[in-house]
Write a protein that binds this ligand. Sequence first.
Ligand code: ATP
Ligand code: MG
Length: 211
Amino acid sequence: MSGLAIMGGTFDPIHNGHLRTAVEILDRYGFSELRLIPCFQPVHKDRPVITPEQRLEMTQLAISSDERLSVDSREIDREGPSYTVDTLRAIREEIGPDTPLVMVLGMDSFLSLPTWKNWHQLMHFAHLLVVSRPGWEPDFVSELNAFCENCRAASPHELQCAPSGRIWFEALTPLSISSSMIRGLARNNESIAYLLPEPVQNYIQQYQLYR
Ligand code: ATP
Ligand code: MG
């Protein structure tokens, strides 16, 4: 598929749940590139304990084995609260009006959408590709149901036919991994092996993060 896929997150730290999501989407949709965009300051979470630069560095370490993955540091460079709508607007300006732009997000993030800044405008700039996440069932709030009715794609192919404005739900290999779980294990001095790439695990050990 021509077009650009992006995935935002706190990546505190990045883990195999994020990375499997990215590669499964790349394989199924054939995008040439998926950009991971670590936020500077999450809007709806406590401020991370480690620095944005450390989260950025771990994200860079994590993608070295797949050349279709890249890291976009614009939210960290921009500083301040990271509003997705601002990021999408900026990317849209760069890629022009015709290129499909697909924002990948987990079901948990999707269910929180009505709390995001100017959330109705997001699909003016991009398609939404909502992926399954264990523990998060699509028990839609009515506001989201009404929203989906207007823009749900009839097939994933529709995301290629327009630059933005459609929504599609995709079931992926369920991986019950979260950054909070990894931070909890590290805090308790338990192993975090096999939940995230080895270079990221080594980085966490080297700098004694999350202790
Ligand atoms: P935390 O526990 O700190 O909230 P997290 O694991 O949810 O961290 P985020 O950085 O908040 O990670 O998530 C970034 C994006 O990746 C979100 O859209 C989220 O829904 C998605 N995501 C994270 N983990 C998974 C997973 N295991 N499966 C599918 N999607 C995921
Ligand atoms: Mg999260």
